[in-house]
Design a protein around this ligand. Structure first.
Ligand code: ADP
Length: 308
């Protein structure tokens, strides 16, 4: 990575990809680092412009010095391998990956309207038509993943991105796994406390695709009510509540009976009793009259949609 100043004294950061061709010639692709987008466990994320074609993307930059542990390296390799193999209109598009001696650079489709986490913080909660619209897009992404034997395992508001057209894009495949054979069960305890399914907490029984359906139920509740159902001040109490399936609907927030019923159908302890993605799409909450818009207007980033 090279750092320089432009005429106005602003810092310009360029990173380069060196490509050695079969004839030994070296080609160089240059990217200019732009606005800081956010920080994850290992990565810092910036806007990045390909200086050849001016295409603007998101660059996840991971310092190699943070990858000294074998587990961290394996996790990154797995994230790249799975994400690279995916292509769907509701999944953050993986564009390219390369490295220099300092960093690994993952170039992704830019989602400039942040995540549903920031949206809920700004708006407090969403209207039912908005929730229907986002759920339909999530189900499209999840059907695609599950048909390709991929379980996301970290579905949460913060991993649901919005691009410039307000299309929902599922991202962050750091905890995703690909099943190798039919009926395979996973035992790694992973996820984010508020969204984690009860069978994941009981590492002995094994888990599969149904963990994503559970998290979808938590997300639907959080979008409508404004906070996740099992939230407590400490992780241990949250896990206890999840294992006992202890949650309620606050009186202060009005939600429809069909919304409540759908959440109650999804948040059941026995994974085999949860609805399939098709059953969720066919539920009365998702078919309560008017057509669900394909995307929502940009104005809904700040205020509820106007009723037509
Ligand atoms: P990690 O895997 O290390 O947790 P994330 O994938 O969560 O990293 O990315 C960290 C932050 O970078 C996110 O919270 C978000 O703010 C931002 N980010 C990640 N991917 C994109 C993207 N495609 N477009 C815009 N911002 C992104």
């Amino acid at each position: 990575m090279d750092e320089n100043n432009n005429q106005d004294g602003e810092q310009i950061v360029i990173f380069e990809e060196k490509i050695t061709k079969v004839n030994g010639e070296v080609a160089i692709k240059r990217y200019q680092r732009g606005k800081f987008l956010g920080k994850g466990g290992f990565a810092k994320c910036y806007e990045a412009t390909n200086l050849e074609n001016k295409k603007v993307m998101a660059a996840k930059i991971i310092a190699k010095s943070s990858l000294t542990r074998n587990r961290a390296r394996q996790k990154l390799v797995s994230e790249i391998k799975i994400h690279k193999s995916l292509q769907n209109s509701n999944v953050v598009q993986f564009e390219h990956v390369f490295e220099d001696h300092e960093n690994v650079y993952i170039l992704l489709e830019l989602c400039c309207n942040q995540t549903l986490n920031e949206l809920i913080k700004r708006r407090k909660r969403l209207t039912e038509i908005e929730v229907q619209c986002y759920v339909a897009q999530m189900i499209n992404a999840l059907k695609y993943l599950h048909n390709n034997n991929v379980i996301h395992r970290d579905l949460k508001l913060g991993n649901l991105f919005l691009n410039k057209n307000m299309e929902l894009k599922l991202g962050d495949f750091g905890l995703a796994t690909k099943l190798e054979f039919e009926g395979e069960k996973k035992r790694t305890i992973c996820g984010t406390p508020n969204y984690i399914a009860p069978e994941v907490l009981d590492g002995k029984v094994g888990h599969s695709f149904e963990v994503d359906v559970w998290s979808l139920g938590v997300i639907i509740y959080a979008m409508l009510i404004g906070k996740p159902p099992f939230e407590t001040p400490d992780v241990k109490s949250t896990y206890k509540k999840i294992k006992m399936n202890q949650y309620s609907f606050p009186d202060q927030v009005q939600i429809s009976d069909s919304a409540k019923q759908l959440i109650q159908k999804i948040l059941v302890l026995d994974p085999s009793k949860r609805p399939t993605l098709d059953e969720i799409m066919a539920h009365s909450f998702m078919n309560s009259g008017g057509t669900i818009p394909k995307v929502l207007p940009l104005s809904t980033l700040a205020c509820p949609p106007s009723i037509q």
